[in-house]
Ligand binder design. Structure first.
Ligand SMILES: [Zn+2]
Length: 345
């Protein structure tokens, strides 16, 4: 059995009309799972909000207070991130869902999913990119203390670079943070360069795979398969946190990696297999996706992959071959940069 966290208030994580982040996704995912008979494979848990203590393990007190204050009146957290009234309660609830998913993996589940999670742009004392609290880091620090975990692996496949998570763990060898994202020269937040591999003790533990616009499914899978399984198996983590953003899809209005539905199935299958080969503890945070109609199909395929279903959604993939030459060169270069840290054979 697997675990899914859900709360009806999840749909209040809505940054307003005319904003790309609308609040209907968690609800629509639940409807789709019910409709396709996939919900029966999950225990559904209604989470409690993360406490101040949980949040303060990552964020500064003045940052937390700022969000609480903004939440009373409504306002702007940053230029692209409105803070509607009540957002503190919803962001804390979302982080609580991620904590519950992480914690329950050490009771009776090997896979848990929070449909409202993966807020990777939030760093300790500032944020943008529609994120308030970095639930990835919050669950890592929770598990470090409460479950005595020592080694964490993040596989962040959202189309945007997870700059907040990177800032938090840049010098920390206990967290390997692999991010595959659209090249920062062409997309928000502009970071995640190939050469940035972490600093000091954390060198080699930050892995950035920036891909060009128009990458396409085949080149994307090439990048994933050449890097992720090797590092994951060699690192042998205590838990894997998979940020499964689907804003990589070709219909997404914010980005241009041109991935097709079937690719999400294959990526989810691969990550489940990596988990089974290592710690068998997989926490999935569904992350970004800004075409309300198509992102539910992409998420459905992640569930199909997680559940190892024979049938999954496919679509004609006219973008499949995209930018293979450039991606192959990037991967070759990355292996060279990381050769003192990881073995790719
Ligand atoms: Zn994103």
């Amino acid at each position: 059995m697997n675990l899914l966290t859900y709360h009806s208030d999840y749909n209040k994580y809505d940054l307003g009309v005319d904003h790309p982040l609308v609040g209907d996704k968690p609800h629509n995912i639940m409807d789709r799972l019910r409709e396709k008979g996939l919900l029966e494979f999950f225990d559904v848990l209604s989470p409690s909000p993360a406490t101040d203590e949980d949040i303060l393990r990552i964020h500064g007190a003045s940052y937390l207070n700022k969000i609480k204050e903004l939440s009373k009146t409504g306002g702007m957290l940053s230029y692209d991130t409105p803070a509607p009234k009540g957002i503190y309660e919803i962001a804390a609830l979302s982080a609580g869902g991620t904590i519950a998913c992480g914690s329950k993996l050490f009771e009776k589940y090997s896979i848990s999913i929070n449909p409202l999670g993966g807020f990777h742009h939030a760093s300790q004392n500032q944020s943008s990119g529609f994120c308030f609290f970095n639930d990835i880091a919050i669950v890592i620090e929770y598990l470090r203390i409460k479950r005595n975990l020592k080694k964490f692996l993040i596989i962040d496949l959202d189309v945007h670079h997870g700059n907040g998570t990177e800032d938090i763990y840049l010098r920390d060898p206990s967290v390997v943070n692999i991010s595959i994202h659209q090249d920062g020269r062409t997309l928000y937040p502009g970071t995640g360069e190939l050469e940035n591999i972490g600093e000091d003790m954390g060198s080699g533990h930050t892995v950035n795979i920036p891909l060009p616009p128009g990458t396409g499914s085949n080149a994307y899978l090439h990048a994933f398969n050449e890097i992720v399984p090797y590092i994951a198996v060699e690192y042998d983590p205590d838990i894997i946190i998979y940020q499964s953003g689907v804003d990589t899809h070709h219909s997404d209005p914010l980005a241009d990696l041109n991935i097709a539905y079937q690719t999400y199935y294959h990526l989810a299958r691969s990550i489940v297999q990596i988990s089974e080969q290592t710690c068998n503890k997989l926490l999935i945070l569904l992350g970004g996706g800004y075409n309300s109609t198509t992102c539910i199909n992409a998420y459905e395929n992640i569930f199909n992959g997680v559940l190892n279903k024979d049938k999954y959604l496919t679509e004609p993939d006219t973008f499949a071959f995209g930018n293979m030459t450039k991606v192959q060169a990037t991967i070759k270069e990355l292996k060279k940069i990381l050769r003192n840290y990881w073995n790719f054979e």
